[in-house]
Design a protein around this ligand. Structure first.
Ligand SMILES: N[C@@H](CCC(=O)N[C@@H](CS)C(=O)NCC(=O)O)C(=O)O
Length: 216
């Protein structure tokens, strides 16, 4: 019998779950994954975290972490071999707040205009607003030597790139033609990394009674 391990409720394509998986993988902490379907969430997920979003990390000793950034910070507090936590905390928080706030707002309305039709969302205007914010990130990548807060990746890069990846994938031709080159290079580097590929492995949907696979 192996020692009890934390359990991560995850959804492969969710960018919040991706950032949690990236940090857990970087930390090397062994974690078992319950892959869920958002339209049919298991009762166990709701019992652990009634707000019903993923990711959720259920600790072996009984605590529950229901926010992606808290999962990242918990993982890196156990072990941070690549020093993701060494970047300036205030700048890290500001970059992530911009991503999770105005950038996510624009991304959702660009990607799913039908869902926001009632508020009169114009996909093109939101695409432009998103690109404006991304231009700021790109200028920063140039200034900092390749990553958002220096030459090496830190928490901000790993928390943000899954969302930029969604923006790029919403209109690949637009992205190729309109996104600044440093930003394209940054995204490609992260999206093609062995770690990202590993945490994007397809897992079967978890059903009660199944033994969960380990996170890569
Ligand atoms: N603030 C949360 C947001 C998580 C979130 O919104 N996850 C989405 C999937 S990407 C979700 O679970 N939505 C609930 C649903 O679709 O039912 C976090 O950072 O963990």
């Amino acid at each position: 019998m192996s020692a009890p391990a934390p359990i991560l409720y995850s959804f492969r394509r969710c960018p919040y779950a991706m950032r949690a998986r990236l940090a857990l993988s970087a930390s090397g902490v062994p974690v078992r994954v319950r892959e869920v379907v958002l339209r049919d969430k298991p009762a166990e997920l709701i019992a652990a975290s009634p707000k019903g979003t993923v990711p959720v990390l259920v600790l072996a000793e009984g605590g529950v972490i229901g926010e992606s950034l808290d999962v990242m910070r918990w993982a890196l507090a156990q072990n941070d071999p690549e020093h993701w936590l060494q970047a300036d905390p205030a700048e890290t928080a500001a970059l992530i707040a911009q991503n999770d706030g105005p950038f996510k707002h624009a991304l959702d309305r660009y990607k799913y205009p039908g869902r926001y039709a009632a508020e009169g969302a114009d996909a093109g205007a939101h695409r432009a607003a998103g690109l404006d914010l991304l231009a700021g990130l790109s200028a920063r990548l140039e200034r900092q030597g390749g990553q958002l807060l220096g030459p090496a990746p830190s928490l901000a890069d790993m928390a943000i790139f899954p969302f930029v990846r969604q923006f790029a994938a919403t209109g690949p031709d637009f992205w190729a033609q309109a996104a600044p080159a440093p930003l394209q290079a940054w995204l490609d580097g992260h999206a093609r990394s062995p770690r990202f590929r590993a945490v994007m492995a397809k897992l079967p949907r978890w059903q009660p009674g199944d033994t969960e696979p380990w996170l890569a």
